[in-house]
Design a binder for this molecule. Structure first.
Ligand SMILES: [Zn+2]
Length: 200
């Protein structure tokens, strides 16, 4: 699975001054709880928020990196369940998720250079807090962010789209291997029906 594609990602020392992991445990403050309760009541959601036994840090399954496109929220969640062969209700709260336009394309493409450090810093945090063994990086067909990054002409046909996405996904894999060599990386392109063409 190792890929030798060159990447523009810098290996500069990780430094994150903005995130204190202990702050992640503060979500149970009274104010936060009341706010959540009001929102949950308004949406009739209380039945969907049972108590959790997992901690803010611990051993989790993966980090999913995917696009903000609303068409893929449920499909990507379903895919995670299928991917690991685990009942969805057990996996659903067992992976971290990083979502921005283009997903893994946003993490490596020069068009989105201003975003890169944010992603890599978040990856480091989920590795140290959640001890994840793998990253699942999904792009998707008909992606507006990919069209912005590559140009419409480079993704005009499905074959072109596959090549352009594969280049970005291979760069993503290489960058993860460099930054977090112990992680395995699963990369793929999700179709509009949820089917994933694995890359690499
Ligand atoms: Zn997209």
């Amino acid at each position: 699975m190792i890929d030798s594609h060159p990447t523009s990602h810098s290996s500069s020392a990780y430094s994150c001054l903005c995130c204190d992991p202990s702050a992640l445990k503060g979500a149970s403050s009274r104010r936060g709880f009341l706010g959540l309760g009001a929102a949950a009541l308004a949406g009739g959601m209380l039945a969907m928020t049972p108590g959790r036994s997992q901690a803010a840090s611990g051993n989790y399954e993966a980090m999913l990196v995917n696009c903000i496109d609303p068409r893929f929220t449920t499909l990507s969640w379903q895919y995670m369940g299928l991917l690991h062969g685990i009942a969805r209700d057990k996996l659903s709260d067992n992976y971290s998720q990083f979502v921005f336009a283009g997903g893994p394309i946003g993490a490596v493409h020069p068009k989105f250079a201003a975003w890169h450090n944010t992603f890599w810093d978040n990856l480091d945090i989920t590795v140290s807090l959640h001890h994840i063994p793998r990253v699942v990086a999904l792009t998707h067909r008909d992606c507006g962010a990919a069209k912005l990054a590559f140009g419409e002409a480079k993704v005009a046909t499905k074959e072109d789209e596959t090549h352009a996405h594969a280049d970005a996904l291979n760069a993503f894999r290489a960058a993860v291997n460099k930054r977090q060599p112990k992680l395995s990386v699963i990369t793929g392109i999700m179709d509009l029906n949820g089917k994933v063409d694995l890359i690499g």
